[in-house]
Design a protein around this ligand. Sequence first.
Ligand code: SF4
Length: 397
Amino acid sequence: MRSRYSPVLKRSLRAALQDGKARWTRRYGTVAETPSLTTPPSSVLDEALNATSLRNTWTKDEIRQIYETPLMKLAYAAGTVHRKFHNPAAIQMCTLMNIKTGGCSEDCSYCAQSSRYNTGLKATKMVTVDSVLEAARIAKDNGSTRFCMGAAWRDMRGRKTNLKNIKEMVNGVRGMGMEVCVTLGMIDLEQAKELKEAGLTAYNHNVDTSREHYPSVITTRTYDERLQTIQNVREAGLNVCTGGILGLGEKPSDRVGLIHTVATLPSHPESFPVNTLVPIKGTPMGDNTPLPFDATLRTIATARMVMPRTIIRLAAGRTTLSEEQQMLCFMAGANAVFTGEKMLTTACNGWDEDKEMFERWGLRAMESFEVEALREAVSSSTPLDGPVVEKSSQSVL
Ligand code: SF4
């Protein structure tokens, strides 16, 4: 039978196989060699891939170039960076408890807990210290190693008694050997220091979206006020957890802007939660179109490229992802999930479901403070010269 390949093409392919270089043969006999596949032309993506130090000088245009890389190439590069600096088999299981539900004075357009929208959510008082400790114990018994507490407040002004109780909660959960994070709205430096003193590991305060898109989402506090709280948290010596919500009607450039904001902070946040909007009826964003999955994956992969040592948290909206989509996120750099009965006011994947999923894919739950070395490295901007989490490297995928 006659071959469907021309003799010229066959000769060229044979030559390429022999000398190990990629060649491209034009149909009419002109041979043009492309550079070797192992030395592609330099690009921002390559620079991020081969970085030797943490960078917080990223320009928006550089991040845009990474974000716009063909998706499988981007995901592969992000997976490569991830494997250099994290154990890709280890996923942190966190549980988030709402310690004060609803009645919030802010106007965040996506939130069920704002008192401005009629979502049918009943506002409650702050829960007791004992109920928090009981919930943390259950979370720990089920494999969570980080316990987060959220209160629907604008800020902590005039909340001395609440702060005292929260410090007790923090102290108690920390005493169980778990990492502890709280999200209580805006806080000043003194409050951040008190929380640190009580044993708090990290404070969450999301910037939500890009500076440009932010006024279309929230009008009752400014982007700079958000950044001020993050600065207070950092100054108090706490780990910073700050990320965003995708699907707020933003453009791709806003997802780039969100990553740019956090990747150019004086030091990268230790934790970057990636939420996708769970539309709540009654809120201004209740009818938003669901975000296509590729935007979530692209955001995670880009964040991994520019913040190689940060924990990237697959947060709200994970219930809408298939198991295979979650795996793509883990391959491209996500390494934490929220697990439990509920995530604030929205549904959450359960512990058993997650443990079974981990088992199927050869993943495991991270231990408490497993990434402490990594976090220290983030703030000290030590060279990126190898895996930080040595102890678990035997189970690297
Ligand atoms: S996101 Fe937080 S600050 Fe905004 S309305 Fe909801 S509870 Fe309040």
